[in-house]
Structures are given as C-alpha cells and as structure tokens.
Design a protein around this ligand. Structure first.
Ligand code: ADP
Length: 484
C-alpha cells in the first residue's frame, strides 16, 4: 500500500500515546475487504496502555485548556489544512482498509476535515452568560469549561469522519482525547494522528490506541475515573453496555447509535427527485451508514411507478473494488454483514415480498452483494424493525398520511427520517410528527458540519456538528458573586 502513497509515512501501524509512537510485540492484521489481502500489521495494545494514555491525556489537559481559544483554533486549522493536502493518500488508506469507492473515501476525508475546520472556528466562540442577580448585592456569571479527558470508541464504516466529528469539538473546547478506533480500520485513525502531530497538537492531547480487545479497552475508558466523558458511535447494543459501565463514575455520554430510517414518498412528490434521494439515502456507502434509509414507504398511487424507476436506477450501480474507476458500490465489510442482508431478504421473501432486482451475492464473490430492491414489503418483516446495513431497498405501500406516520414511528430508533412532498402544510405536519433527531425533506443527504447530527429514543444522546456540537464537551459553571 505504501508504494501508492505520495507520503508513505502516513501509513502508521504503531499506537500514538503522549506524543510517542509505540510498538507492541503483538500485531493484528488489517485486510482489504475487496480482496481479502493483507494491508498492514498493526500493533495490538491492551488495557495497561489505555490507562497510560488516559494518564497522559489528564496530564496534558490543564495546559491545553489554558491556551486561548484562538491558540487552539490555529493548531486545529493547521491540522485541517494538512488533512486536505493529504486527502488523496488518506482516501487510499481508507479504501484499502474499508472498501468504499475511492472517490467516496476522498469525500469522507473532506467531510471529516470540515468538522476540524468548523470547530477550529467555534473554539473562539465558547461564550458564557451574565445573569442579573437574584439579590441586590449579587451578580451571577456562567462560565463554560472543558469536560476533561474524553474516551472515544468508533466504528469501521467512516474510519476518518467518525473520529473527526468527535475529536474536533473536544479539542476545540479544551478537552484531551483517547481514541480507540475499530480494529477493522485503525489505519485511518493513525494517519490522522500523524497529521495532528505535524500540525502541533501537543503530546497527550490526542492519543490513538489500536487494539483487538474492544471490551477491555472499552471497559477501561468507561470505568477509569480520570475519563470524564465517553463519546461513542456504533450499535445500540454496545451503547447500552458502555452506558452501564460508565454509570459507576457518572460520566457524560454522547452516543450515536443505530437507526432504522424511514424514507417516505407522498403522492405529490417529484418522483425523479425522490428516486435520486433514495439512491443516496439507501445506497451511499453500500447501505452501511446509520442514517441509511431502511424502510421506503411509497403512497399507493405512485407506488408502482416509483418501484419500477428505482429498480432501473439500482441496476446502473457498478459493484466492484473501490480502487477501480466507475465503481459506485464496494464490498460489504465482512461475512456477517453479508449474511444479515441475506437474512433480511429471505425473511421478507418468505412473507410475500418480491425481488425486483438483485437479491443475491455478486458474481465477484467475497463480500460483494448485488444491490437489491424488494416490493410488497410490510411492517411484519424484519427489515422494518432492524437496521440492514447493506444494499437492500425495501418498498412498503401506504394509503394515508396518518398511517405512514404511525408506521414510521413504530420503531425503537429515532435517528434520521426522510420524506418527499410538496404540499406545504403536509411538509410541516410530517416534519413535526416524525420521531427522529434529523428529518430530510426532499433530500437524501442531511449530514454536514454546520447542522446538528444525532438521534432520539434508542438512537442515542447528544449532537455532533453545528454550534450545538461543542456543548457536549463543555461543563457549565455558575459563579455567584456576593457582598457587592
Ligand atoms: P458496528 O456494528 O458498527 O461494528 P459495534 O457497536 O459492534 O457496531 O462496534 C462499534 C465499535 O465498538 C467498534 O469499534 C467495536 O470494536 C467497539 N465495541 C464492540 N464491543 C464493544 C464493547 N463491549 N466495549 C467497547 N467497545 C466495543
């Protein structure tokens, strides 16, 4: 892989702790999901090294927090610029370990960098308040201060951006950070650390621990009293475990958990736009995003037309190795992911759904799967209740607005929802009625650094991005001045 990189030193396989690159005797393999080939052997670290990183982060905290917002901003801005300058190499590393098409990987690098830029700007705007006193001799001030050491656990589907969305507001606020990237995709995280070091992020402020011991490192982060906050993106199942573990030391939690996004097409929608939106909301990242449309509800009178058009469009997707030009759809991350898509399809077909296109593994073998459209899906099928995390568009027919809102909200999850409609009063009614943290109206793409990202119900706690995103990393202090 390093021969493909303009800057081979970005391919780092050691841990980054307290400003030092450290190697372990134990290694684990990172493989390319498109080929199964070895990409790199990465140092495997344990709980003791995690504890050392937490100590380093705690020691580095006061000096980092004491910098002015502008000083932290300057360093973050340099980091952003280096991420942009090295976007091609970072995309190559990302595609090699995760499989998404190279252009999409490059898009992720820019998206991740946009959070570093945004929070570099926000670092200067952590404002407090002055509150008129409740007694004549009193004045009240509100200060915002960094939470302290942050422990981060992130998944493989966005190996760069999930870390960027967390570390940027944390460092901007004056917190220090210990990251445990997913073991399938540690290289993107380590490359970020290489550039953080070059940008002048001081030793101990950003630490990265590659480890195959997810539960051990997770437990250390969640139970070590020096860690004041956990930020996690991943499944609701693991989110619950972390919340329980963190209860002992009452840590703050930000959790970006599973979703099961409804995507609703009303009869007054622009159908072509709705198809475009569905393609992005469903098939981006091969369906492996937590905001992917999972259940597509289409109103009766436009159902057949929508189904036929979507199936046509899905047949234009090019499945293949993410490094090949024109490929739009890479492999799934592993066999378990492949089996989940198959299970959702066979459950639906067994209960009466019909395959319009796809429905089977690709001839390419490995974990490649043919993008699939199913019609005649209903609420009794597993796909309407569980996140597929794969290239399966499941089309459910509905008659009325009330009916579809009830179906859309019939979920433990509440991350993203999408709908297409033109009638203005319907647009307001439906946007207000949907139980989710984010609603895309006449668009299939809602993620940006300028808007708050996050869910309600069992999809999580807290928000990433936007002016709200930094609040998750700040404590509010009330200063009451008396005797005036
Ligand atoms: P996904 O299905 O997206 O991989 P997971 O919740 O299983 O979602 O994984 C998200 C991240 O959490 C990964 O980095 C994984 O290694 C890590 N993880 C899995 N189990 C645990 C655990 N018990 N404690 C801490 N981290 C965990």
């Amino acid at each position: 892989l390093s021969v493909w990189l303009k800057t081979p030193s970005l391919l780092e396989t050691r841990a980054y702790v307290n400003g030092q690159w450290i190697e372990s005797g134990r290694k684990f393999d990172v493989t390319d999901p498109a080929t199964g080939r070895l990409v790199a052997q990465v140092s495997d670290f344990d709980v003791a090294t995690t504890a050392n990183a937490i100590d380093a982060a705690q020691a580095a905290g006061p000096a980092w927090a004491a910098l002015t917002g502008k000083e932290r901003s300057t360093i973050l801005r340099r980091w952003h610029d280096l991420l942009i300058e090295n976007a091609d190499d970072l995309a190559t590393i990302l595609t090699a370990e995760m499989g998404k098409p190279w252009a999409e990987a490059r898009g992720e690098i820019l998206y991740g960098a946009s959070f570093i830029e945004w929070f570099a700007e926000e670092a200067k705007r952590v404002y407090g308040d002055v509150i008129p006193g409740h007694q004549r001799d009193k004045r009240i001030m509100v200060l915002k201060q960094p939470v302290g050491v942050v422990g981060s656990i992130t998944p493989w589907n966005f190996p760069n951006a999930m870390i960027a969305r967390k570390v940027a507001p944390a460092l901007a606020a004056g917190c220090t950070f210990v990251a445990r990237p997913a073991e399938l995709t540690p290289l993107s995280a380590l490359a970020m650390a290489v550039l953080a070091e070059r940008a002048g992020v001081p030793a101990g402020v950003f630490n990265v621990i590659p480890s195959t011991d997810a539960s051990g490192v997770g437990q250390e982060l969640c139970t070590n009293p020096k860690v004041r906050k956990i930020t996690f993106t991943g499944s609701t199942r693991v989110g619950r475990i972390l919340m329980e573990q963190a209860a002992g030391t009452i840590k703050k939690m930000s959790l970006e958990l599973g979703g099961n996004a409804p995507f609703i097409v009303f009869d007054d929608a622009d159908l072509d736009q709705a198809i475009e939106g569905a393609m992005i909301a469903k098939f981006r990242n091969n369906g492996q995003t937590c905001v992917c449309a999972n259940r597509i509800y289409v109103q009766d009178s436009v159902y057949d037309a929508f189904a036929a058009k979507l199936a046509d469009k899905v047949q234009t997707l090019q499945v293949g190795n993410g490094f090949d030009q024109d490929v739009t759809t890479g492999p799934l991350i592993n066999d378990a992911a492949l089996r989940k898509v198959e299970a959702h399809i066979s459950d639906a077909v067994g209960k009466g759904a019909k395959i319009l296109t796809g429905g089977a593994r690709s001839d390419l073998g490995g974990t490649f799967f043919t993008p699939t459209v199913l019609r005649d899906v209903n609420q009794h099928m597993v796909v309407c209740h569980e996140e597929t995390f794969g290239p399966l568009a499941a089309l459910v027919r509905f008659e009325t607005e009330d009916e579809v809102i009830a179906m859309a909200n019939d979920s433990d999850f509440g991350l993203a929802a999408y709908f297409y409609a033109r009638d203005l009063s319907r647009v307001w009614r439906v946007a207000e009625a949907l139980e989710s943290g984010m609603v895309g109206i006449n668009t299939g793409l809602i993620s940006t650094e300028v808007a708050p990202f996050g869910g309600i119900k069992q999809s999580g706690l807290g928000r990433e991005g936007s002016k709200y995103g930094i609040e998750d990393f700040l404590e509010i202090k009330n200063i009451c001045l008396g005797g005036m």
